[in-house]
Design a protein around this ligand. Structure first.
Ligand code: IMP
Ligand code: MG
Length: 187
């Protein structure tokens, strides 16, 4: 059936289409363009998951801006967070005195974004805001707001549009949701 993907014996169903993603990114960018008029923000993408979202978002941004990347690891190849966040690649840009926008693909437990906030705040930015394409409802254990959210979603496992399943399927154009869990696990 169209819109269904099988990986091992897990079944995923199309959940957010390419068109819905594109339209929502345009809306988010319009708000950011207004909020940052006359400023030069640095978009900091949290790798790997945010690279597609960041590249689509940035092309709808009309204010002058810069980008940099930060790489974290917390999941290994599992579907559930290990609860451990490690820094794999640090920033190259000068954060002090700058307007920072942290770009995430998804906020699940909130551990990664909280870790990122702590590290960036140590460098004394002028301001720091957060954008995430997806936010899992009711799950994040964070005591601050995600300023710009694409879609609030139920706490299901999702893939595609940058989000991986054991490092694969980041190249899917839409976002898919796990609807039936099989018994075979990725190694
Ligand atoms: P955290 O639990 O908020 O720390 O999420 C950590 C990272 O895990 C996110 O930035 C994603 O890269 C990844 N992640 C969280 N939930 C999912 C999911 O449903 N599918 C794929 N990756 C996810
Ligand atoms: Mg991520």
């Amino acid at each position: 059936m169209a819109g269904l993907i099988r990986i091992n014996d897990d079944v995923f169903e199309e959940f957010i289409s390419e068109k819905q993603i594109r339209e929502r990114i345009k809306e988010l960018a319009d708000v950011i363009n207004t909020d940052y008029a006359g400023r030069i923000p640095i978009f900091i993408g949290v790798l790997n998951g945010s690279f597609i979202f960041l590249s689509d978002l940035i092309r709808e941004i009309s204010v002058d801006c810069e980008i940099d990347f930060f790489k974290l690891s917390s999941y290994g190849d599992a579907k559930i967070s290990s609860g451990q966040v490690r820094l794999l690649k640090d920033l190259n840009c000068e954060v002090a005195g700058r307007d920072i926008i942290v770009v995430e693909d998804i906020v699940d437990s909130g551990l990664s974004i909280a870790f990122t906030k702590k590290i960036i705040e140590k460098e004394s930015p002028k301001s720091i805001k957060f954008i995430s394409l997806l936010l899992k409802k009711g799950i994040p254990k964070i005591d601050f707001t995600i300023d710009y959210v694409g879609f609030e979603i139920p706490p299901d496992f999702v893939i595609g549009y940058g989000l991986d399943y054991a490092q694969k399927v980041r190249n899917l154009k839409s976002i898919y949701k796990l609807t039936r869990q099989g018994t075979i696990r990725p190694e």
